[in-house]
Design a protein around this ligand. Sequence first.
Ligand code: HEM
Ligand code: HEM
Length: 143
Amino acid sequence: MIMWIHPVLQTLALALSLYVLALGWVRFSFAHLGKKGVVFAWKRHVLLGKIVLCVWALDFAIGLGAAWWGWQTVFITGAHYKVGLAMLPLIAFGLASGLAMDRVKAKRTALPLAHGAFNALLVLLALYQLFTGILILRDMVLG
Ligand code: HEM
Ligand code: HEM
């Protein structure tokens, strides 16, 4: 039971992140591709984006806790924990840049682009985590 909290939460957050990315894409196509007649669901993007990034970060700690609980050691899952570690600074940047752009609204180019690019990269990394995470479930939790 304990070993399933982390994978289930991270998978749900990954699914939600695809929606947050789709909302961000609306903003991107308006700001950079000159698309007309689209509305960026600003508040929804901010709220759900915060949920995704906070769950990814907090559930990192739950994964470590579960590893300790199940195996009495941590950092044994190879690429999975390494990519997880690499995600942490990106998550911090995604949150900080998002919060800054939400607090002080302004016409910007570079910061939204960096925010969108790094967060899209995070979604890709989370997809990779799903792939390696399923192997861990198969070989180290169920196996
Ligand atoms: C999974 C998480 C997230 C993804 C994938 C994501 C993605 C994106 C993308 C692709 C854009 C468009 C960038 C552009 O027009 O160049 C964007 C814009 C924006 N995001 Fe996020 N985002 C995420 C989380 C957040 C969070 C947590 C916040 C706030 C705390 C936030 C606030 C904003 C704001 C305010 C904009 C509009 C910026 C502007 O055009 O001035 N995002 N996001
Ligand atoms: C999305 C971001 C994710 C991050 C940042 C992350 C991070 C971590 C970390 C740091 C650990 C501890 C590993 C160790 O000490 O070697 C871990 C364990 C684990 N992860 Fe992930 N993970 C993510 C997503 C997933 C997903 C989507 C799955 C599976 C569907 C998964 C399955 C597991 C499993 C089975 C463990 C062993 C401990 C446990 O069962 O809770 N992870 N993860």
